[in-house]
Design a binder for this molecule. Structure first.
Ligand code: SAH
Length: 672
């Protein structure tokens, strides 16, 4: 069966009807899934196994049969652990059909066909009884339904239902308990992901400061968690204001309530400062005694020897609705509110007990300024990047004349405001602020001269930035928009940026390679079926695709020099023909070539560029430094070449890159 999916192409902006194979979504899901990362998570796997063995023994010691319910079995891993530990029978429930099929194969291959029954259902659909999916209720409940925020994948309602209908009272649960920890911090860097800071503009008639409107200043933002690899945040980028405290915990062996609720703790600031951010993570105890503990605590909290890299569980950054000054030793209350799927925080000064209690409401914050809906966290950071802003100011100053008629094509951009402060009299802004700036709600190809009051555009600007962009080159939409408005431009129009270039470098990742690397066996179980399935999904489209990753969170070393591979001239319209290039990159350093990283650079005006990728090839730790506000494109090589010495180093990686100007797609091929 073929399905037609309508969508706007992120690069060309064209509405297209794509004939999608019915398997397209499922292949995407498998290819980009976290299953490989989980199977590589040794610490998690070892502890689950220990916890499961202990739970099976406790049940056996009571002289009972060990009947296991594994909700969200994925590859079947935890059920196979239980069967190996001596469980009498396991019900392995998996809602995602391709995974349930894989689990059946993996279970068979490992010889557990008689002990494990895979049920392809959502757990809430599972029936119990002589004719049901399960013969009887289980007395061991095993799950791994957690995300970085713990409850974001629906663990609470799933547990609530399982205790009511699928497991016996007093059952054993692995994990036994989860605990959520918090720490209050002040961090200009992280706060810049949530509020727009004043922008300083050096204009001819003195310095101007652009401040955000008060609705934005006071806006509580959105309740969505910001999950990051907190271990990549240097301690110099935040100030700790409180000790680590336990916010709440959930006992999975008892009935669980998923209804909205709140928890409150008292904090005594260890330092005076501005409370802005709540950092949070969790740990799980695999057994009741707490001896088998798996923790997401960041580097400054736990010893480095306990360190396990993983991407399926990270740490949470929560923004308080407003920054709140706190004084060392002067107690404050921190409230965590949660619904079934998400958590948000409030801070209150410790005044009267009653007053505070009354003030705790569980409604989630609602963005009142629109900015939190329009801009994501990295976009806030980007707009607050003073260095970047300076480049735009410098280049605007160069190109703007008092009689310029400007058009800006970018989403939620500050360029029109900057240009206005720099003296531009006429400003139009397409797509998405005052008298001098006219906002046109129309797609570029639908603009008519009446939109511009019959004037011709003499300066066309863009950052470029579009909220629809996923991969770096999707912002080439600016080029297509520029082409669409060509008839409204003066013959000697200035286009800012004048051009862009695509850059590439071969890298060795410290850890990120794990998410796309085969596992073979996991804790002694053969999971190759899963590897094959991922490989098959990756090859589903003839050309493998690059994927976006914010590389400041994923350390890597360069194995080659960065190389400019394609340029795009915005002064001209998009050509009819494809842009392609072939060549080779020399490998200069020994290491494992995991993949190529690609990024864009925009040349605003002569000698002024903004770079969305590599900032520094090697920092003090020998790792590359990347633009922290942008995602870069990563193309993982299907086989990794490893060179121990420079002598056995293959001299180069050859590449062929093709930018199809019709489809806006970049296809790439590498040979090692
Ligand atoms: N247990 C495996 C996989 C964990 S990933 C392991 O530890 O390696 C979680 C899996 O649970 C996913 O495959 C997801 O599809 C499935 N899932 C989540 N909630 C579920 C539910 N309520 N019922 C059935 N499957 C569920």
């Amino acid at each position: 069966m073929k399905t037609f999916c309508g969508r706007a192409n992120p690069t060309t902006g064209a509405m297209e009807w794509l004939e999608e194979d019915e398997n397209y979504d499922y292949h995407q899901e498998i290819a980009r899934s976290r299953y490989a990362d989980m199977l590589h998570d040794k610490d998690r796997n070892v502890k689950y196994y220990q916890g499961i063995r202990a739970a099976v023994s406790r049940v056996k010691e009571r002289g009972e049969k060990a009947i296991v319910l594994d909700i969200g079995t994925g590859t079947g891993l935890l059920s196979m652990m239980a069967a190996s530990a001596g469980a009498d029978f396991c019900y392995a429930v998996e809602v995602f059909k391709p995974m349930a099929n894989a689990a059946v194969k993996i279970v068979e291959k490992n010889g557990f066909r008689d002990k494990i029954k895979v049920i392809n259902k959502h757990s809430t659909e599972v029936t119990v009884g002589p004719d049901g999916d399960m013969q009887c209720r289980a007395n061991i409940l095993v799950t791994e339904l957690f995300d970085t925020e713990l409850i974001g994948e629906g663990a609470l309602p799933t547990y609530e239902h399982a205790h009511k209908y699928l497991v016996q009272e007093g059952c054993e649960a692995v994990p036994h308990r989860a605990t959520v920890y918090v720490q209050l911090v002040e961090s200009k860097r992280m706060w810049s992901w949530n509020k727009l800071f004043p922008v300083h503009v050096e204009a001819e008639d003195g310095e101007k400061i652009i401040v955000s409107p008060s609705e934005m200043e006071d806006c509580p933002g959105v309740p969505s968690v910001c999950d990051i690899q907190l271990n990549q945040m240097p301690s110099s980028d935040f100030a700790i204001l409180s000790d680590v405290v336990t916010m709440f915990s959930v006992d999975f062996s008892k009935p669980v309530r998923s209804a909205s609720t709140s928890y409150r703790v008292q904090l005594e600031p260890v330092k005076s400062g501005k409370a802005q951010i709540v950092l949070s993570w969790w740990d799980i105890d695999m057994d009741p005694s707490g001896m088998i503990n798996c923790t997401m605590a960041p580097y400054w909290v736990k010893s480095t020897s306990a360190f396990q890299w993983r991407d399926h569980w990270m740490q949470c950054v929560y923004f308080l609705p407003n920054e709140e000054p706190v004084l060392q030793g002067e107690k404050v209350y921190l409230t965590a509110c949660r619904d079934e799927y998400s958590v948000w925080y409030k801070l209150q000064k410790a005044r009267g007990e009653e007053e505070n209690k009354a003030a705790v409401r569980v409604e989630s914050p609602v963005c009142r300024c629109q900015a939190h809906l329009l801009w994501n966290r990295p976009r806030f950071g980007q707009l607050n990047d003073q260095n970047r802003t300076r480049q735009y100011i410098k280049s605007l100053t160069k190109v703007l004349k008092t009689d310029s008629v400007c058009l800006c094509i970018s989403d939620g951009s500050l360029l029109p405001v900057l240009a206005h402060y720099l003296g531009a009299k006429q400003f139009f802004k397409a797509n998405n602020l005052e008298d001098k700036i006219k906002i046109i709600e129309a797609r570029p190809e639908l603009l008519t001269s009446s939109h511009f009051e019959d004037k011709k555009i003499s300066v066309l600007v863009g950052e470029p930035f579009f909220t629809t962009s996923l991969l770096p080159w999707h912002n080439l939409y600016f080029w297509y928009a520029r082409t669409a408005v060509a008839s409204h431009l003066t013959s000697n129009v200035t286009v800012l940026p004048q051009s862009a270039s695509l850059h590439m470098m071969i890298v060795e990742f410290q850890d990120l390679w794990r998410i796309r690397s085969p596992c073979g066996t996991c804790e002694g179980f053969d999971v190759q079926t899963m590897d094959d399935m991922i490989k098959n999904s990756l090859n589903f489209r003839e050309s493998k695709e690059a994927e976006p990753h914010p590389l400041w969170e994923y350390p890597c070393k360069s194995l080659s020099d960065p190389q400019e591979i394609l340029t795009f001239d915005f002064r001209k319209t998009v050509p009819e023909y494809s842009l392609s290039t072939e060549g080779s990159v020399n490998l200069l350093r020994k290491g494992k070539s995991h993949g190529a990283v690609l990024w864009m650079e925009y040349h605003l005006a002569a000698d002024i560029s903004v770079n969305t990728g590599l900032m520094q090839i090697s920092n003090e730790k020998g790792n590359c430094e990347w633009n922290p506000h942008c995602k870069q494109a990563v193309y993982f090589f299907s086989s990794v070449i490893e060179s121990e010495t420079l002598l056995d180093l293959p001299s180069a990686v050859t590449y062929a890159i093709n930018f199809n100007t019709k489809t806006g797609e970049i296809a790439m091929d590498f040979e090692l």
